[in-house]
Design a protein around this ligand. Structure first.
Ligand SMILES: [Zn+2]
Ligand SMILES: [Zn+2]
Length: 258
């Protein structure tokens, strides 16, 4: 399986995943031009993509799809609530949706995909597990809190892309209006560094070898705070061997193959 995070954060999310002979994007929250140029930077071309899968109907996860779909005829996958929300935001999106159930497993080529519910203030938000028969990758960003289901999914995976949105103190000390602070820190908002670290402690399995920290707030977090919080948690659990990479809004990640 191969993974490249093209962008991660509240200004746009897009993740390239390939396995079992299938290449796809999770979310398309950058402009079409930006998706194509970041793929090129990573040595990839949009023509290789079979599909785009959507986690939820917030614009930082679908904003570029209307134009992108016009240029590249990818298949579009989402659950019903997310597809309806994206259609409202993209009235000119010209495509037949391939609708999956929120708690279901489906296949695109040789890639098996498990969708599962996450608590977040969107129509019907999901996380995904991708399985190519050898490796399991969990993608879970935009979640207000850990749930037993999310822990169970993470515990089966070799690699994970997990939200570490904010440092709680930085969020509370920020200039943001109070309702926004409570939304972000709430149960349907975003995961803090501490929340993400305790989620990983609960769901840490022997097989986990790579962890991507994602959807970092640019105002209320720093890469080193997120990294150190997670490192400490994994060290306390005796797992200094896990590779941890911090994802960025502006930089394309390395292409990791595992
Ligand atoms: Zn988001
Ligand atoms: Zn969101």
């Amino acid at each position: 399986m191969e993974v490249c995070v093209l962008a991660s954060g509240s200004k746009g999310n897009c993740i390239y995943v390939a396995g079992g002979g299938t290449a796809l994007l999770v979310d398309a929250g950058l402009s079409a031009r930006e998706i194509a140029s970041r793929m090129q930077m990573a040595g990839l071309v949009p023509e290789c993509l079979e599909a785009v899968l959507f986690t939820h109907d917030h614009v930082d996860h679908y904003g570029g799809i209307e134009v992108f779909r016009r240029k590249y005829p990818v298949r579009l996958f989402a659950n019903e609530g997310t597809a309806a929300g994206i259609e409202l935001g993209c009235p000119k999106l010209d495509s037949e949706w391939e609708i999956f159930e929120t708690a279901s497993t489906f296949e695109i080529g040789g890639l098996r995909i498990e969708a599962f519910t996450v608590p977040h203030d969107a129509a019907d938000p999901v996380g995904f597990v991708f399985d190519d028969g050898g490796t399991r990758l969990c993608v879970v960003t935009d979640l207000g809190q850990a749930t037993p289901l999310i822990c169970a999914k993470l515990a089966t995976c070799h690699a994970a892309i997990l939200e570490c949105n904010h440092d709680y103190d930085m969020l509370m000390q920020s200039e943001r209006p109070w309702p926004l602070k409570t939304r972000i820190a709430g149960r349907s908002g975003h995961l803090s560094n501490d929340d993400a670290a305790s989620l990983m402690r609960t769901s840490l399995s022997e097989r986990l070898h790579t962890l991507f920290l994602a959807h970092l707030s640019e105002e209320c977090n720093t890469p080193s705070l997120a990294l150190n919080t997670m490192r400490q948690a994994l060290r306390a659990a005796g797992r200094e061997d896990v590779r941890i990479e911090v994802m960025s809004q502006t930089q394309v990640s390395a292409r990791l193959v595992f």
